[in-house]
Design a protein around this ligand. Structure first.
Ligand SMILES: Nc1ncnc2c1ncn2[C@@H]1O[C@H](COP(=O)(O)OP(=O)(O)OP(=O)(O)O)[C@@H](O)[C@H]1O
Ligand SMILES: [Mg+2]
Length: 309
């Protein structure tokens, strides 16, 4: 069964784009057919991870000026470039993975057009929303997509709400540095509850938890891996790897206060934070602990697929 996974947050800079790009790329490497959409229409940034420009944008599709095939770029070769057959969990399936990406146009007049509905009667915002729902349907039917992964803008904005409305699973990312429990709880109560009522599931992802300032050489990766296996405590129900007691405590407190399950707690890795260029850690450094966290998130998402609407 296919699933639509949307990454959202209350505040900006919580890791939506980083996690969604890595999540989608690793899913494809594991053999799934994945469509990744940039619905951060106000400040699109997924493109930085793939370094390629489409002929047509999601904006063009929404305004009826492009077909789905014109906007979805096949970037499977990028995934294959890093596929060294190390996915022992599902090796026979691994070679069938596909990754398509659909990007939004960052030009200010295009952003304004989407926000205003284009100013014409027949391009009203509700028609744009209808086209967006059609995009989801076409990706599921014509592309036989296992996962649609959507990156959104922070906060309560028109296109983020639309994205949440088409989701089966909502992942709300929070940054450990500035936990906004009240804002998150309010958003969960006021916005997410309308979608979860109809069967969507919502979860918290705690990101940039106090972590390790290390370069990503294979030696340091090996030693971090050893630390992981010796000190991590694995929650039986979800796949969260807890590094420290206080992290475990924050997760428990957050779940209680927001009444949402924390499905992942991802440390802050300085090599990712301070990199001058965005890169797909989960493909380029499969031994990196960040890649392992994303892999755990995928396992959780796969388990959820059996329980979504
Ligand atoms: N676990 C992590 N460890 C270290 N750096 C991270 C981690 N997750 C994300 N980052 C870094 O944090 C910055 C913000 O991440 P990102 O752009 O993904 O956030 P965002 O939620 O998409 O932001 P926005 O709301 O502006 O779209 C980026 O520089 C990214 O590389
Ligand atoms: Mg972003």
């Amino acid at each position: 069964m296919a699933s639509c996974v949307v990454f959202h947050s209350y505040k900006g800079g919580t890791g939506k784009t980083t996690i969604s790009a890595n999540f989608a790329a690793l899913l494809a490497k594991k053999g799934y057919r994945v469509s990744l959409l940039d619905l951060d229409v106000y400040a699109p940034s997924l493109q930085a991870y793939f370094g390629t420009e489409p002929k047509k944008w999601i904006n063009d599709f929404l305004f009826g000026n492009a077909d789905v095939d014109d906007i979805m770029m096949d970037v499977t070769n990028l995934v294959q470039r890093f596929d060294n057959g190390d996915d022992k969990t599902n090796n026979s399936k691994a070679h069938h993975g596909k990754l398509w990406i659909g990007l939004c146009n960052a030009k200010k007049e295009e952003i304004y057009k989407l926000e205003s509905g284009g100013g014409k009667q027949d391009n009203s915002k509700i028609n744009l929303l209808r086209k967006f729902i059609l995009l989801r349907e076409q990706l599921l039917s014509s592309y036989d997509t296992d996962y649609i992964v959507i990156d959104t803008s922070p906060g309560i904005r028109y296109w983020s709400i639309n994205s949440l409305a088409v989701a089966d699973t909502l992942f709300l990312t929070l940054k450990m540095g500035d936990l906004d429990i009240d804002g998150t709880r309010k958003m969960a109560e006021e916005i997410y509850s309308s979608f979860t009522k109809f069967g969507a599931k919502s979860y918290l992802i705690l990101n940039k938890v106090a972590g390790y300032c290390v370069p990503h050489t294979s030696d340091t990766m090996r030693s971090i891996d050893n630390i992981h296996s010796s000190v991590s405590r694995q929650n039986n129900k979800s796949n969260i790897l807890f590094e420290q007691q206080d992290e475990y405590d924050v997760v428990t407190m957050l779940s209680d206060k927001t009444r949402m399950e924390v499905i992942s707690a991802i440390p802050c890795y300085c090599d990712i934070q301070f990199s001058r260029k965005e890169f797909l850690t989960s493909l380029q450094h499969p031994e990196h602990p960040f890649a392992k966290q994303i892999s755990c998130l995928i396992e959780s998402a796969n388990r959820m697929k059996t329980t979504v609407k």
